[in-house]
Design a protein around this ligand. Structure first.
Ligand SMILES: NC(=O)c1ccc[n+]([C@@H]2O[C@H](COP(=O)([O-])OP(=O)(O)OC[C@H]3O[C@@H](n4cnc5c(N)ncnc54)[C@H](O)[C@@H]3O)[C@@H](O)[C@H]2O)c1
Length: 286
């Protein structure tokens, strides 16, 4: 769909990282933006920055894992901005680096709550409104390259992202069957320079689970170092805006990872044991 001044974009996880870059890119194109995040201070800073640039902004402190809060957000967007044409279900958290059987119930609940239920709630609250409006609209769900391949450790994250990919595919089929003017994209990035390695900053106390071991802390440190060399979020946002305008479904902002995903599918087709790999290019500084 064509992006135009006067349209409204809702972006979750908009206070930092990829979400903030998306919000800035939409605002740059003249769209009004609803910034949605659970973290108050960076959310207020993002709101102030966009307002200074003259953008129309609604900042909402919402936990996307809470269905009622997301529904109230959709009502607010209707009342204050006249409804949304773009929805980016982007908020996400990392989770613990443990074997599947060592993952705590709290860890599963936290990661699936934000990464998968957050996307489900966004779709359930906003897509019916988009359908009723009958105008061109677009939904972008942020998955990950972790949504099309599997790796050891971090299973809640992988499960959540595979879930986001498959529900995005289902929704694309269904909207096409309904001849709805609503496009869908699923964003599957590789390493991006963001604060996701420190996602625990937003973890509710009730979902803390067992503290990380020294070995887990070392894993997180390594991820932090890799992400610090990752792609700047603005480049990912550019890929997303291009995909919306080109009506592209899969958004692989890091094509070097496709070979790793391809190896998984080849093993699957050959009914061989699963394989995984990290492409060397993914570890090079950007
Ligand atoms: N950084 C990467 O390398 C990478 C790679 C692939 C996919 N992703 C995905 O990109 C998305 C954005 O992550 P990022 O890398 O920009 O990380 P980030 O930590 O910089 O941004 C995530 C944002 O989500 C917010 N958030 C966390 N829990 C929330 C909740 N319950 N409700 C509302 N907001 C909440 C955080 O406050 C934060 O502002 C995530 O879905 C992540 O899984 C990131």
């Amino acid at each position: 769909m064509e992006l135009r001044t006067g349209q409204v974009a809702v972006v979750t996880g908009a206070a930092s990282g990829i979400g903030l870059a998306l919000a800035e890119a939409f605002a740059e194109r003249g769209l009004a933006v609803a910034l949605v995040d659970v973290e108050a201070t960076p959310l207020a800073a993002a709101e102030a920055r966009l307002r200074e640039r003259g953008s129309t902004v609604l900042a909402a402190r919402v936990d996307v894992s809470n269905a009622g809060a997301v529904e109230a957000l959709a009502e607010r967007v209707d009342t204050e901005l006249g409804g949304a044409q773009i929805l980016c279900n982007n908020a996400g958290v990392g989770g613990d680096f443990r074997a599947v059987w060592e993952q705590s119930l709290e860890g599963w609940e936290w990661v699936l709550g934000v990464n998968l239920w957050g996307v489900i709630h966004g779709i359930r609250s906003f897509v019916p409104r988009m359908l009723a409006a009958g105008e061109p609209a677009h939904v972008v769900n942020t998955a990950s390259i972790a949504g099309v391949m599997s790796m050891p450790l971090g299973s809640p994250y992988h499960v959540s992202k595979h879930g986001v990919v498959t529900l995005s595919e289902s929704m694309a089929f269904e909207l096409r069957q309904h001849k709805a003017p609503i496009g869908v994209s699923v964003l599957c990035p590789g390493y991006v320079r963001t604060g996701i390695a420190d996602a625990g900053r937003n973890r509710p106390d009730a979902l803390r689970g067992e503290a990380a071991s020294a070995e887990e802390e070392r894993w997180v440190d390594q991820i932090r170092r890799v992400l610090a060399q990752g792609t700047p979020p603005g480049e990912v946002a550019t890929c997303v805006l291009e995909a919306i305008e080109a009506e592209r479904f899969y958004v692989f902002s890091h094509p070097e990872w496709l070979e790793s995903a391809g190896a998984r599918f080849r093993a699957l087709l050959a009914q061989e044991p699963p394989v995984w790999s990290i492409p060397p290019r993914a570890l090079e500084p950007r």
